[in-house]
Design a protein around this ligand. Structure first.
Ligand code: SF4
Length: 304
């Protein structure tokens, strides 16, 4: 494979000035690339700050990725604001810079799409695939990230040639301040996981400046709207800005606990405070428990 043309000055690991990378003013469109002939490379695109910043850095030539994979866990499950941002801003920006955002779904054997909300609410379902909080506040075991993101992306990588002898490189958007989230999952044989934002020394706080520097708005936090990893302030924002969605989250929590009660099981909650969501996050300016410490998905496949 011929070497890629150098499109940006070389940067050393930890360079804090990456967001000030000079923009090409005479050739704003990234030149079309030849079809890849080496190992497959793709970036896991969560739709949040880090992913959109990575997209901008790729458009500038600072990141060597031109395919971004968005594992959509369901139009009924993703934060609606994330889907709006994706379609209104991220996909058009990618197209304008010869980059591709591919939206992937979980497909059942019969060819239909399965969504995470659909699995949670399916008639007679006993499974709780999301990390609901136990009475001590700890998250329960979850399968949502593996089933609806990691395997969905893995399936696409394998369908496009990734194998144990020719593994794909998959970029994850973990920033320097979240380095503890890196390397928490063992890679599958068909993939090699890399963390390019760490190599560039990018912090989460750098992302809005990188994104705004090309005229894009800063995206909302990306995660399922019912995710039990949300902080209390995120729930508070939802209750204020999208009360209908907040009510749906409360209804989902009630549905889960009604089913558990028929099985003789203890209730579980969407916050770590051992109390229903509407009580933990009242319709008021102050929170009865204060805010939670930062607690997000520890793998980097969600909330990035
Ligand atoms: S955002 Fe939360 S609920 Fe959604 S897939 Fe990730 S961990 Fe699961």
């Amino acid at each position: 494979m011929p070497p890629r043309p150098q499109t940006a000055p070389h940067r050393r690991r930890g360079d804090p000035d990456i967001h000030r990378a000079p923009r090409r003013t005479h050739h704003p469109r990234r030149p079309a690339r030849k079809p890849p002939c080496g190992p497959l490379r793709a970036f896991s695109f969560g739709g949040g700050w880090q992913s959109v910043a990575a997209l901008v850095l790729a458009a500038r030539g600072d990141l060597d990725f031109d395919t971004f994979l968005f594992a959509n866990v369901g139009d009924d499950s993703e934060n609606p604001a994330t889907l709006t941002y994706l379609r209104r801003h991220a996909i058009p920006y990618a197209k304008a810079h010869n980059l591709t955002i591919r939206e992937l779904r979980r497909i059942r054997r019969d060819g239909s799409i399965e969504t995470l909300y659909g699995r949670l609410t399916r008639e007679g379902s006993r499974s709780i695939p999301i990390p609901v909080r136990m009475s001590n506040g700890a998250p329960g075991t979850r399968s949502c990230t593996a089933d609806f993101k990691i395997r969905v992306i893995g399936r696409w990588l394998k369908a496009h040639g990734a194998t144990a002898t020719n593994p794909a490189t998959i970029g994850i958007g973990i920033s320097v301040d979240e380095i503890h989230r890196a390397n928490t999952r063992r890679a599958e044989p068909y993939e090699r996981i890399v963390y390019p934002l760490l190599d560039l020394g990018i912090r989460r706080a750098d992302c809005p400046r990188i994104i705004r520097s090309v005229g894009l708005p800063v995206p909302p936090k990306s995660a399922c709207w019912f995710c039990p990893f949300h902080r209390l302030t995120a729930w508070q924002d939802m209750r204020r800005d999208n009360p209908a969605l907040f009510t749906r989250a409360c209804d989902l929590e009630t549905l889960i606990n009604t089913r558990r009660a028929t099985l003789g099981k203890d209730p579980v909650y969407l916050t770590r405070h051992n109390t229903p969501l509407a009580t933990a996050v009242p319709n008021a300016d102050t929170l009865p428990f204060g805010d939670d410490p930062e607690s997000t998905c520890d793998t980097g496949w969600c909330f990035t």
